[in-house]
Design a protein around this ligand. Structure first.
Ligand code: GRF
Length: 204
């Protein structure tokens, strides 16, 4: 599920094509009909769908719309790759422990409402952090607060701008998200409460 550029979608798709991820993308669902990522998906024969503005106005209308698309697609794992809308509880309940999100910081720092895109990296720099990173986590009802599946550190440089830091972090996202999807696809993940155990590191 995407809302914009879709570079994580591209990274995931390329990793699948390269045989590094044992999965198939059955649908790219966007919260925005103009998302760049939709064009990439269509050009690569990946089924696409998007939500209309009226479907985004409340959880009461968003939840059934999302469920209809997701259930029809047959998706077994849902990946939020820059999807900016909060996932309604009904959708989380329908896919327990099957929704992943990639966040461009080391959660629980620099997460939560309003912490997306440039805001995250600007906040990391404003705090004076020396290290930031990437978190792939399971989505729960609390924004950016589900248990981490994989995390990776990224160094902050003294001369970083939010843009330069975002670019360095993004390169790590592009590796970590496909790895997490592959672990799920190969049933290499065991979840006990907040403890997500990787049964075997992806050696591929
Ligand atoms: C990424 O930085 C991701 O961590 C965040 O939104 C951004 C999406 O970028 N959740 P893209 O659309 O995958 O290029």
């Amino acid at each position: 599920m995407i809302s914009g550029r879709g570079s994580n979608l591209v990274a995931l798709h390329e990793a699948i094509l390269a045989g590094k991820v044992a999965a198939e993308i059955v649908l790219v669902l966007s919260s925005n009909p103009d998302a760049q990522g939709l064009q990439y998906a269509a050009a690569h024969n990946i089924p696409t769908a998007w939500l209309e503005k009226e479907q985004l106005v409340s959880e009461a209308v968003l939840a059934p719309a999302l469920l209809a698309h997701l259930q029809r697609s047959g998706a077994q794992l849902i990946v939020l790759a820059g999807f900016l809308k909060k996932i309604p509880p009904q959708v989380i309940d329908a896919f327990p422990n099957k929704i992943l999100n990639v966040h461009p910081a080391l959660l629980p720092s620099f997460g939560g409402k309003g912490m997306y895109g440039r805001h995250v990296h600007a906040a990391v720099l404003a705090y004076g952090c020396k290290i930031t990173g990437v978190t792939v986590h399971i989505v729960t009802n609390e924004y950016d607060a589900g248990p981490p599946v994989l995390q990776e550190c990224v160094a902050v440089h003294a001369d970083d701008t939010p843009e330069s830091l975002a670019a360095r972090v993004l390169a790590h996202e592009h590796r970590l998200l496909p790895r997490a999807v592959d672990l799920f696809a190969r049933h290499r993940i065991r979840i006990a409460g907040r403890n997500v155990v990787v049964l075997e590191e992806n050696a591929r």
